[in-house]
Design a protein around this ligand. Sequence first.
Ligand code: AMP
Ligand code: MG
Length: 334
Amino acid sequence: MRRIICALCALLVCITLGGCGRDETADHMFFAMDTLITLRLSRDADDARMAEIFAGAEAIVTEIEKNLSRTIPDSDTSRFNNSASGIADAGIHFRAVTERALAIARETEGAFSPTMGTLSALWNITGGGPVPADSAISEALSHADFRCIAVTDAGIIKNDSGIQFDPGAIGKGYAAQKLIDYFRGTEIRWGLVSLGGNVGVFGEKPDGTPFKIGLTDPTDTSRTAGYLLAEDGFVSVSGDYERYFEADGVRYHHIMDPATGRPAESGLSSAAVISADGTLADALSTALFVMGADKALAYYDAHPGTFEAVLITKKNEIILTPGLAAGGGFIPAQ
Ligand code: AMP
Ligand code: MG
């Protein structure tokens, strides 16, 4: 029997704000980009101004979604995917995300691959499968090479009409970055945003303590594996417990190995990335999950100063990157 489990854990990460009374903060939640978005800001303005700031934030996400969505028919992503050779009039968000996505795909040697839209549709993970035939996987993979897309002065072009852009592993991190950039331009002194496994924090809380971001325990998603202590920056998590279906006792999750066209079996069950760059954090959490622990640590060594990570293996072993371990930025749950 096939069981469909779509754990849209909007708050994959739980955030605790020790030492801050609720009246010191203002919260705003809304649904966009297929996920629940939570904003929590220091209450540094009157109610009318706080409402205006939240409305501004919602407008930013709506604009990004209008550019990036795979389901809105006239979004840039849809128009690009339905075109034979690309689009000349891409909006700023689609252009920016495509540019970053292609650069990260090159840098990770394709572990992050934003052009597997055909493959994602074929697997239909959130719809519950079924497991596709090998021949269908090979066919989808033959139209998934990110090198077939380029950003030029003329627009975003493709030389394989069957290729489909999929911003699923980078778009929410990009939106988190844009929201934090926006809040920094207001009078709000500190706050956080959370978009389906992507968290951004900025400023300093009144009690001076860092933000504490809980990481889900992949073996029991009601529990926390440990806490990341974050100052300014972003945390993104990719886990095999987030979205999957089960068939014949096998779990088929949503993070695909571009080399096989199947859910990545890298020995990891989750990868969390901490970075000052929200877009990078999102894309890299997916890439490190695909790489597995050894390659992820080698990638870390080759990119000093750009990120830290917490990798949780299928055997529930927690691996920290050296900078995180040395800085004491992770507290395992008791
Ligand atoms: P995330 O939860 O950020 O790891 O993103 C996973 C989503 O990105 C999936 O639901 C797919 O839409 C897409 N995706 C799956 N595998 C990859 C991959 N290796 N590289 C880029 N995007 C992927
Ligand atoms: Mg991601």
